[in-house]
Write a protein that binds this ligand. Structure first.
Ligand SMILES: [Zn+2]
Length: 224
């Protein structure tokens, strides 16, 4: 961490103030640590990443925990994480069942996250400082979908903010890939999210529409 630099954007806008007021609780910290792949990976979360300062929402670990809180508790009936319920309910379960190790790295400054073999997900500075809190939950679901066996299978469409013609898109919504899972989650968070704010729900809607408009080779044909 000593070798990577970052700036902290407005924590009211990102949701880090809102969620940060809640996550500073040993029961939550223990649950997230033991459930979402942090356990066994302390070496990747200390030395400035926040292990010894895990309520400080300027540091990466607390910001990851904020995303974990949104992932875990945004369904009003969050204890129901059945796969027959909406993704707002089972997103937490899908991440729990697919991510074995979650490790932080600087990355190149703009990189968000990457899935590696064997249940390993790496998160980079962009995860902590360019994604807002619901966007971090989206990223965890996106990477979990890769772990679940769905690689990207297409190139980004012309005009895509993710890079026209570059690899990393999904062919279609019906492919049910990582972009679809993330956008579907944001859609439900916008429509039915609990323990959040109307401003964060609106941000989730906007991010979901950005994904829908830019991450599919064939546009899904709808918006949130
Ligand atoms: Zn991906």
């Amino acid at each position: 961490m000593a070798s990577c630099t970052y700036t902290v954007p407005d924590k009211a806008a990102s949701g880090d103030n809102f969620y940060g007021a809640v996550i500073c609780n040993q029961a939550y910290v223990d649950y997230f640590w033991n459930t979402y792949g942090f356990s066994g990976n302390k070496a990747y979360w200390d030395d400035g990443w926040g292990w010894d300062d895990c309520c400080n929402t300027s540091k990466p670990l607390a910001r990851a925990f904020n995303g974990c809180y949104a992932l875990t508790y945004s369904a009003s009936d969050y204890l129901n994480d059945s796969y027959s319920a909406p993704i707002l309910n089972w997103g937490r379960r899908y991440v729990r069942e697919n991510v074995d190790d979650l490790r932080s790295f600087c990355g190149d400054g703009t990189a968000i996250a990457r899935s590696k073999s064997g249940g390993l997900v790496e998160v980079y500075l962009g995860f902590f400082y360019s994604k807002d809190v619901p966007g971090r939950a989206e990223t965890l679901i996106h990477e979990s979908r890769h772990q679940g066996g769905k690689p990207h299978d297409a190139n980004f469409p012309s005009g895509s903010v993710f890079g026209s013609g570059k690899s990393g898109a999904d062919s279609s919504w019906d492919y049910e890939g990582a972009w679809m899972y993330g956008a579907l989650y944001l859609w439900w968070y916008y429509a039915e999210g609990a323990r959040t704010t109307s401003a964060l729900r609106e941000r989730a809607r906007q991010r979901g529409n950005l994904v829908i408009d830019n991450a599919f080779a064939t546009h899904p044909g709808f918006s949130i």
